[in-house]
Design a protein around this ligand. Sequence first.
Ligand SMILES: *Cc1c(COP(=O)(O)O)cnc(C)c1O
Length: 230
Amino acid sequence: MEDIADNITQVRRKIATAAARRGEEPGNITVVGVSKNVPVKRMNAAIRAGITDIGENRVQEALKKYFDVEPVSWHFIGHLQRNKVKDVLTRFDLIHSLDRISLAKEIQKRAARLEMVVPCLVQVNVAGEESKFGISPAELKVFLQQIVSFPNIKVCGLMTIAPYCTDAEKVRPIFRRLREMFEDEDYPAGVSMQFLSMGMSGDFEVAVEEGANMVRIGTAIFGRRADSDK
Ligand SMILES: *Cc1c(COP(=O)(O)O)cnc(C)c1O
């Protein structure tokens, strides 16, 4: 498991370099270790090597591993089905993938019953890819205006998944666009733009250069996944 500690050191070094290019403190950047298809043992090795935040994209897989994983913050980063909301609310600390009103309604209903306020990032489909979930940039403000009427949901940032590209430079404009939306001050009261979740193993340095303060990293920490599920 030494590979994991080494990988984390490498990732942190690259983040520090990218952050410095932007004049930013690397300590302000949260590394979410994405552990889909990763066994508990390796997750715990990462946590022992300093990972404080874990990201999962499938509720069922997360639930199976949940109680065997050492204390850590859990991030839900995948497409969230309404029938899984209840399980997510009681276990995850941050949802990165709020992407439609029907989901917000379900979160609101469940959260009110549990008497909790749920921190969420709004997923934005910056590139407008057909295959990806997320609010289009043009619809973001109207979406946020609707969301602030849900008292048990707290929007605290934005998330995007950039198109897959072997040359990370190509997705720089995507990250820049999301950061511009993040920095826009013209959002309804109640929205607090705190987290900008963008960047994965192939493109996190560019994302950090463009202002990400939360990166979601699987492969570069845990190695190549057995199946091809992105
Ligand atoms: C799998 C996944 C990641 C991490 O991908 P890697 O390329 O392995 O770093 C990040 N974000 C989301 C939403 C994912 O599903």
